[in-house]
Design a protein. Structure first.
Length: 190
């Protein structure tokens, strides 16, 4: 099995990583290694403001490593984790990070599989987070239970202005609850 090694120094304002040229096994192994390096650098970095890791198959382990880094990072404002095979475990870890992170304003977490539990964990984070203004959760298998939790969180969160939940399994009751929360607040765009 080929080994992937790299040295990354996060000194610019934006880091974009895409490992789609590798086969699935190699890409996943490379993604884990690179994500671990990026997460460790992110803990101490003082310049990076935008991190794009979309479609890199970082999985829950990568999500958990990034979550730990986000708890310490003081500069990152935009994080793109689209399509990274992150499930509820990684979603819960990132939600915990959002409870303490004071800089992240935009998170694109679409095309993962965080499901209802991940949606509920993010809802709990939104109740206390005061910096996130844009949250994209498209196609995450979030059910009505997760939708209900997010609707309740929107009643308390006063900073979020954009929330994208398209492509989830949020129907009738939860959809209505979200609609009411948005209409009552007047500042959130779904």
């Amino acid at each position: 099995m080929p080994q992937f090694s790299c040295m990354i120094q996060l000194s610019s304002f934006t880091l974009r990583m895409q490992l789609s040229d590798f086969d699935d096994t190699t890409a996943q192994n490379a993604s884990r290694q690179v994500t671990a390096v990026v997460a460790n650098e992110l803990k101490v970095n003082k310049t990076l403001i935008q991190l794009e890791l979309a479609w890199n198959k970082i999985s829950d382990r990568g999500g958990e490593a990034l979550a730990e880094a986000l708890k310490l990072n003081k500069t990152l404002t935009q994080l793109d984790l689209r399509g990274n095979q992150i499930s509820e475990r990684g979603g819960e870890a990132l939600a915990e990070a959002l409870k303490v992170n004071k800089t992240l304003t935009q998170l694109d977490f679409s095309h993962n599989q965080i499901s209802a539990r991940g949606g509920e964990a993010l809802a709990e984070a939104l109740k206390v987070n005061k910096t996130l203004i844009k949250l994209v959760l498209r196609h995450n298998q979030i059910s009505a239970r997760g939708g209900d939790a997010l609707a309740e969180a929107l009643k308390l969160n006063k900073t979020l202005t954009q929330l994208d939940l398209s492509g989830n399994q949020i129907f009738n009751r939860a959809g209505k609850a979200l609609g009411i929360a948005v209409l009552e607040d007047g500042r959130i765009v779904l």
